[in-house]
Design a protein around this ligand. Structure first.
Ligand code: PMP
Length: 409
């Protein structure tokens, strides 16, 4: 493998090569969505210009090619998270749909009156609302693992929160709002002792580190293509095969059936049982290309680069007067997200001023209103880093924050 060179990597992402408000773009909104490398754009173009056809249906050449590419992508993405079997990987629109799929296809049949669903106050709304909807429909209750003052889960509370009533424990691998990395393996082991299903929201997890679902010991892992260099509108749910086989279909339609009768029908084998209708074929192929691209760069090298950038960003941004950075103090416990406030400046104003400097950061509650409530704030500004960011980007951010300080005092 060649040495990691962020400048060279950057040149593979066409969208990064532009000016915004007459300044070279600094893209620091990666936790929302990443930019796409040429390799992924080329794979999409190749599919649409050469192989475009529906999958699993036609006997003609284009359909054959499309099906092979679509199923090859499934194998690549399944291997990416070390799934034991690619049939365990269900394509979805993304993390949100993957979690909704579990709450419906598994939850409606397995969660009942008086049962408990354990989540945390750190969750993205995608890992709260589907469980709230399930709890309301089934008369179950939601319980929460709370956070400490650094935005880490208080795991000392876990024994008292878990009981035989706990049917499912659903947690984020990495917090999008704080960058906190959760010790999923330990939590999964404790949850399994009471017989609970373990569902992980991996939207920010599969992005920065090598995920091994077998080593984590979880039952389900949900993730999105667009945060890891892939297209929007594609993602996956990985779940144990026996679990998928035991679950009811999620949606009905073409592709997911084996035999259709007037009153009763039977279902296709997993994963197709969960993939009703024409799937996002191009998206899946693009996500496969994204995985190839990231593997080519090397996840260990990416993680090391991001760790270095994060340390530099925390040091530089943290030393600006009036800045408060949220999330764990120890870099070991966090991912490449710097969520912060600056004096009395509203995060939206911070983001607007930075945008005028060509710097893209996120401002708001980051779909994590319970995190904001925990810290008694309405919003933060968030800079999130990826493989193509550099220390120069951090320096530009710091300069931009200097302008914010000049305006807000
Ligand atoms: N969970 C987390 C932690 C996220 O960061 C996101 C995306 N912001 C989601 C879930 C939802 O992902 P998607 O919108 O791709 O479904």
């Amino acid at each position: 493998m060649t040495a990691f060179d962020p400048i060279k990597i950057r040149s593979e992402f066409p969208a990064l090569d532009q000016t915004v408000n007459d300044k070279p773009l600094v893209y620091l909104d990666n936790a929302a969505t990443s930019q796409k490398p040429k390799a992924v754009l080329d794979a999409l173009e190749r599919y649409y210009t050469r192989d475009n056809a529906n999958v699993h249906r036609g006997i003609h050449e284009l359909s054959r090619r499309a099906t092979v590419a679509y199923e090859d992508a499934r194998i690549k993405v399944a291997q990416w998270i070390n799934a034991p079997d690619s049939d365990e990987l269900v394509w979805t629109r993304g993390t949100t749909e993957a979690i909704n799929l579990i709450t419906i296809a598994w939850g409606l049949d397995n969660v009942g009156e008086g049962d408990e669903i354990l989540i945390s106050t750190m969750e993205h709304h995608s890992n709260i609302i589907p469980w709230q909807l399930l709890a309301r429909r089934k008369g179950a209750s939601l319980r929460y693992i709370e956070m400490d003052s650094q935005g880490r889960l208080i795991l000392d509370d876990l024994p008292s929160l878990l009981s035989e009533r706990t049917k499912v424990v659903a947690l984020g691998h990495v917090s999008n709002a704080l960058g906190t990395v959760n010790p999923i393996k330990d939590i999964a082991a404790a949850a399994h002792e009471v017989g609970a299903l373990v569902v992980v929201d991996g939207a920010q997890g599969a992005v920065h580190t090598k995920v091994d679902v077998q080593d984590l010991g979880v039952d389900c892992y949900a993730f999105s293509g667009h945060k890891m260099c892939g297209p929007t509108g594609i993602g996956a749910l990985w779940a144990r095969k026996d679990l998928l086989e035991s679950m009811s279909p999620y949606q009905g339609g073409g592709e997911m059936i084996h035999f259709v009768g007037r009153e009763e029908s039977t279902w296709a084998k997993v994963p197709h049982k969960f993939e009703a209708g024409t799937p996002n074929i191009a998206g899946a192929i693009g996500m496969g290309a994204a995985v190839d691209f990231l593997a080519g760069v090397g996840m260990d090298a990416i993680a090391a680069h991001e760790d270095e950038l994060l340390a530099y960003a925390i040091e530089q941004v943290g030393s600006i007067e009036g800045v408060h950075i949220y999330g764990p103090e120890s870099l070991e416990e966090r991912s490449a997200v710097v969520s912060f406030t600056l004096g009395d400046a509203h995060p939206h104003d911070i983001s607007t001023i930075l945008d005028a400097e060509g710097i893209a950061v996120r401002a708001g509650h980051h779909c994590a209103q319970l995190v904001m409530k925990h810290f008694g704030i309405a919003a933060t500004a968030r800079a999130s880093f990826y493989l193509y960011n550099t220390k120069d980007d951090v320096d530009r951010l710091v300069e931009g924050l200097g302008i914010v300080r000049g305006i807000f005092g």
